[in-house]
Each structure stands twice: as structure tokens, then as C-alpha cells.
Design a protein around this ligand. Structure first.
Ligand code: SAH
Length: 224
């Protein structure tokens, strides 16, 4: 017997996903078709806690426990587009959370390396990505303040928690020509700016992508 998926819950989620991409991303000037395609593909509802599946495609961040959030779809799209992902790239993500941004990147690039500080969230990301059979992802539990030296250099870096200062050790692991996307600024209260740092032969080019609110990056980067 064949299972008809055309009007089951998966079909409903797929419709919501297409609507999310049209209204929250394309309508707000996300234009990279590889990013739009990836976000039409990754089942975001599989990454949120089961009680929140009906909110998975809402235009907002959602709580994933441990005082952490899965970023708003638009922000994931913006950061993914900004790092200029290419099929041959190896990308570092700091802050796996539930693994959603990891999966969006993994749809586009050759390999994603992702570090998560909170053991339970690392485990959640691992379970989500394994269940959905993402094989081009390597996960590590630990403090990403110093990047992932053994796998460096990277074609791009995405930091998904607000860094209180320029993460210089991670910048060192970026290839010339590559970009790092990082929310820079302090804690919950302070304002943060989403930056694209492009490494060139002549140094770092810095570009603002707007004001944002991310959870703070913890660990060694907090100390001076
Ligand atoms: N990309 C995630 C967003 C997670 S929110 C998603 O798509 O769901 C930011 C994450 O960064 C949190 O899970 C937090 O625990 C993690 N984090 C904070 N400081 C960190 C550090 N020093 N190293 C690695 N992860 C960190």
C-alpha cells in the first residue's frame, strides 16, 4: 500500500515552509536561490521541541530550552546568505543550538563543522541531524571561543551567539577571501550589531548588516 502524503501533516508543514520563504525571506530581500531552496527543504519543525511544532514556521525565534533559542527564520536566511556559501566550502558554525542553521548550511556547502557549549543542546543537535541523515556535518561539544583549530582554515564562519569582542582566534582560522558573520555586542541588555568581516590580503573589511538580539556567547571569550 502506498502512503498518500499529499494532504497529511508533512504536506501542511511543507506548505508553511514555502509560505515562510516567500513572506519572511524573499519579501525581505533574501535573493540567493541556494539559500531560499535550502530553507524550503530543511524541515524546521523537526528541530523545535515537539510541543512547539505548530509555531515552527512563525516569524519569530523560539525557545529550545536551557535559556537558548532557535533564531528567527529571517535571521538564519540573512546569516546564511551573508557568508556567501558555495558547494565546495567548509564552514564553521559556533553555537549549534538545535542544529537548524547547521542543516541549512549543510544543504548548500560541502561540510559544516559546528560547536555547541551546552551538552544537552549538543546532544539535541546530534539527534536531529542524525535522524534527518545529514552526513556532511561534524559536531563537537565545547567552548567555541577559540574556534576549531584542527579543522581550520575555513571558507566561512557563522557565529550564532553575541560575541562581546572580536573573536580574534577564530578570525585567524578564516581563509583569505572568506567571510565571518558575527553578532558583536554585550549581553541581553546591550545592543548588538550583526557584522560581516571579510578577510582580504590587506586586512579585515567590516560591514554592518543591522541591529540584532542574540543570546550571549559564553566561555573564554567573556574573560579578558
Ligand atoms: N544556530 C542555532 C542558534 C542557537 S542560539 C539554531 O539554529 O538553533 C546560540 C547557541 O550558542 C546556544 O545554543 C548557546 O548555547 C551557544 N553558545 C554560546 N556560547 C558558546 C560558545 N562559547 N561555544 C559554543 N556555543 C556557544
Amino acid at each position: 500500500m502506498e502512503i498518500d502524503k499529499s494532504n497529511g501533516p508533512e504536506a501542511e508543514f511543507e506548505q508553511q515552509r514555502h509560505r515562510m520563504v516567500a513572506r519572511q525571506l524573499a519579501a525581505r530581500q533574501i535573493v540567493d536561490t541556494t539559500v531560499l531552496d535550502a530553507m524550503r527543504t530543511v524541515p524546521r519543525h523537526e528541530f523545535v521541541p515537539s510541543g512547539m511544532r505548530d509555531k515552527a514556521y512563525d516569524d519569530s525565534p523560539l525557545s529550545i530550552g536551557h535559556d537558548q533559542t532557535i533564531s528567527q527564520p529571517y535571521i538564519v536566511g540573512l546569516m546564511t546568505e551573508a557568508v556567501e556559501p558555495k558547494p565546495t566550502d567548509r564552514i564553521l558554525e559556533i553555537g549549534s543550538g538545535c542544529g537548524y542553521q547547521t542543516a541549512v548550511l549543510a544543504e548548500i556547502v560541502e561540510k559544516v563543522y559546528s560547536i555547541e557549549l551546552v551538552p544537552e543542546l549538543h546532544q539535541m543537535a546530534r539527534e536531529n541531524l542524525e535522524r534527518l541523515a545529514y552526513r556532511n556535518v561534524e559536531l563537537r561539544q565545547g567552548d567555541g571561543s577559540r574556534g576549531w583549530p584542527e579543522a581550520a582554515p575555513f571558507d566561512g564562519v557563522v557565529i550564532t551567539a553575541a560575541s562581546p569582542k572580536m573573536p580574534s582566534a577564530v578570525i585567524d582560522q578564516l581563509k583569505v577571501g572568506g567571510c565571518m558573520i558575527v553578532p558583536l555586542g554585550s549581553g541581553y541588555a546591550g545592543s548588538q550589531e550583526l557584522l560581516r568581516l571579510r578577510k582580504t590580503e590587506d586586512g579585515l573589511m567590516r560591514e554592518s548588516l543591522g541591529d540584532v538580539r542574540f543570546v550571549p556567547m559564553r566561555g573564554e571569550i567573556e574573560k579578558d
